[in-house]
Design a protein around this ligand. Structure first.
Ligand code: URP
Ligand code: ZN
Ligand code: ZN
Ligand code: ZN
Length: 466
């Protein structure tokens, strides 16, 4: 297949340039300035995509998703098939999901299990991080083999005692290993031990509504955990990546570490930029739709997060897509907020939602591309295959109409979940055409992808450090 994308404005993390793009097979073959397009491109093209008035940007890289993830006695409602299809609809052509180690399980069998779920089912390319919940000698040794096999990042939890929680000592051991083998340690930074006390107290006092989820996990207990993770990373000389950062004081802890020159990075998620504690406090059981961890914060945390995205103290935006249906799954926590499965749907809307930051003047066009595609590709060892439109790169390309209008709704989204946290939100801009490794998978409202087109990505080490 030879595809020419003609007349658009090609975006990258460094700016915008009017150019035509030639795709040959699965890769980008060439870019040409307008008028410089060789006639032979058009003569031999199987398809010409007219992109006048459109942005042409590298496909989104969502470095934090949870398809088919077991949590709280249920499983997130998007499979690798449905979740990657929704990702494609939204202009995300790469996901990095999390394989979850059960206690007593080896990392290799964990990976095998998650590969079995994903292989042959994904519409777009995918990689894995490993969630390490059983830090022992065997696990530590296996981390090296995982790095060699293209799984170069490991998430640990300072939250959820009795489930994923690991102790500070275990964190030190894993960080020490990462410092040696070049892996990136990802941290869910909330003080789970303190939180569990606040949760128990709330339930004992009969405070059981969804808003209590937010009130029992205050920003201070995120900031404390971030600071502790930063400290443990400093003494072990390991790089640190804080996932789903949600609050201003947690960001302050990241900024302070970065100002000393420490290799600390953080992501935030669209829900922390657009939703708030007010959503968790919606009447009845409605707030359950908004339960995720860390929780949604009071609105005044949003402006500092946008600022962090501008200053690069927040390196990138991931979704933490982890959907649970309202009807059967969020329902598990009616009468006890601590039993509401944690997580929100979002993989489909990240590109559009962060584009609203461009529309509102919060971010430049280049920064939009950088935080949604280029930086996640670099952070997780996928650049320049992903994250850029350049000769030799995978032809993962989004043609985006910046002036189209759309309204987000569960009635039109493609994620396998029965509600939208952005129901009714009006968006300026729309994904028009999406290429995944040279194949048109979404085209002006119709879907042409297929399960199994997406391939497993063997990732290099973090490219900010190696
Ligand atoms: O609430 C969330 N974030 N659910 C997904 C699991 C995690 O901690 O990332
Ligand atoms: Zn060491
Ligand atoms: Zn987490
Ligand atoms: Zn997550």
């Amino acid at each position: 297949m030879r595809i020419v994308i003609r007349g658009g404005t090609v975006l990258s993390s460094t700016g915008a340039v009017d150019a035509d793009v030639l795709v040959e097979g699965e890769r980008v073959a060439a870019l040409a300035v307008p008028g410089g397009l060789a006639e032979s491109w058009l003569a031999g093209a199987d398809r010409v995509i007219e992109a006048g008035g459109r942005y042409v940007l590298p496909g989104g890289v969502d470095a934090h998703t949870h398809m088919e993830m077991p949590f709280g006695g249920t499983e997130s409602s998007d499979t690798f098939e449905t979740g990657t299809r929704a990702a494609a609809w939204g202009g995300t052509t790469t996901i990095v999901d999390f394989a979850v180690q059960a206690r007593g399980e080896s990392l290799q069998s964990t990976l095998d299990k998650w590969r079995a779920k994903a292989d042959g089912n994904c519409a777009v390319d995918y990689g894995f991080h490993l969630i390490v919940s059983d830090v022992n000698d065997a696990t530590l040794k296996e981390m090296d083999a995982c790095v060699a096999a293209g799984v170069t990042s490991f998430k640990m939890f300072m939250a959820y005692p009795g489930a994923f929680y690991v102790t500070d000592g275990e964190i030190v051991r894993a960080m020490d290993r990462a410092a040696d083998n070049g892996a990136l340690v990802m941290m869910h930074a909330e003080n789970g031990i303190a939180i569990d006390e606040l949760v128990a107290r709330a339930l004992a006092e009969g405070r059981a509504d969804p808003v209590q989820h937010g009130l029992t996990r205050p920003p201070e207990l995120e900031a404390e955990a971030v600071h502790r993770a930063v400290t443990l990373a400093r003494v072990t000389r390991a790089p640190l990546y804080v996932v789903h950062l949600s609050s201003a004081p947690a960001l302050d802890a990241v900024t302070a570490a970065r100002d000393t020159g420490q290799n600390v990075f953080a992501e935030t998620c669209p829900q922390y930029l657009y939703l708030s504690l007010d959503d968790l406090a919606r009447p009845g059981f409605e707030g359950a739709k908004y339960v995720c961890s860390p929780p949604l914060r009071p609105v005044e945390h949003q402006a500092p997060l946008w600022r962090g995205l501008r200053t690069n103290d927040l390196s990138l935006v991931s979704t933490d897509h982890c959907p649970f249906c309202f009807a059967e799954q969020k329902e598990l926590g009616r009468g006890d907020f601590s039993r509401i499965p944690n997580g929100l749907p979002g993989v489909e809307h990240r590109m559009d939602l962060i584009h609203q930051g461009v529309v509102a003047g919060e971010l430049s066009l280049a920064r939009w591309v950088e935080v949604t595609s280029t930086t996640p590709a670099r952070m997780f060892g996928l650049y320049p295959r992903k994250g850029v439109i350049a000769p030799g790169a995978d032809a993962d390309i989004v043609v985006y109409d910046p002036t189209a209008r759309q309204t987000l709704s569960a009635s039109t989204h493609h994620m396998n979940v029965d509600y939208s946290v952005y129901e009714g939100m009006e968006i300026t801009g729309r994904v028009e055409t999406v290429l995944s490794r040279g194949r048109v998978v979404v085209d002006r409202g119709s879907y042409h992808g297929s399960p199994g087109h997406g391939r497993f990505l063997d990732r290099a080490l973090c490219q900010y450090l190696n």
